[in-house]
Design a protein around this ligand. Structure first.
Ligand code: CA
Length: 227
């Protein structure tokens, strides 16, 4: 018995090792350059119809974040990189920003996304403030925190949000179709990590490398001028 187990164990180890090698190779990022160009994309290859936008509509560069309110690195990105983008590129009209919901953390991701989409539907003017309030409320530990009560408590800070309507919208999941549209984008564009940051048609390999982000934006702005 023991012998036949060992006989099996060796080939299985070899197979697992081979699979690991394949996995590592397929996930390996190019050694040179900091960007992966989505070859299927022309201009902004992502259909952002109906998505919230921050910045000037006519801004030549569009940055999309695929994020999840339950994701700690997304909170960190929003606190460290996003303010720099606002200061350097969004406020002067060079970049507009959009956000697509990713549901990598189960039920809470879904409820948070439904709440944010509901706020966007009824009070688009406060969407980004509510969005920030949600990330601000993310605790350091990874326990449960996105509950309907918590969402309504956060919404109370915004007088233009109809609280009763929002409660109904969340409970009845009325914006689930909007969240599904986001989910389709996640699938279509093969988003596997959050945050994923896409600058026009360029996926940033390291969304926390602000120098690389600047470089990508500046290059694209230069290309626009030379068009
Ligand atoms: Ca959306």
């Amino acid at each position: 018995m023991g012998k036949s187990y060992i006989k099996f164990a060796v080939p299985i180890t070899v197979v697992v090792a081979a699979l690991l090698v394949i996995f590592v190779i397929s996930n390996n990022k190019p050694a040179t350059g900091k960007e992966i160009v989505n070859e299927n994309a022309k201009e902004i290859g992502i259909d952002l119809t109906g998505q919230p936008l921050f910045g000037h509509v006519d801004a030549p560069i569009t940055i999309v974040e695929f994020g999840d309110f339950k994701c700690p690195p997304c909170k960190y990105w929003g606190e460290t990189i996003y303010p720099k983008l606002v200061e350097d590129y969004i406020s002067n009209g060079n970049v507009k920003f959009s956000y697509v919901n990713v549901l990598f953390h189960g039920r809470e991701s879904l409820v948070g996304a439904i709440a944010a989409e509901s706020v966007y539907q009824q009070s688009p003017d406060v969407y980004w403030s509510f969005h920030k309030a949600l990330y601000d409320a993310q605790p350091k530990d990874e326990g449960q925190w996105i509950t309907i009560d918590k969402l309504l408590q956060l919404a109370k800070e915004f007088s233009s949000i109809d609280q009763e309507q929002l409660k109904q919208d969340i409970e009845q999941e009325v914006t689930k179709d909007k969240v599904r549209i986001d989910g389709d984008l996640v699938t279509k564009h093969n988003i596997t990590v959050t945050p994923t940051i896409i600058i026009n048609d360029t996926i940033m390999v390291d969304p926390f490398d602000y120098e690389a982000i600047k470089e990508a934006i500046d290059q694209k702005l230069e290309d626009k001028i030379n068009e």
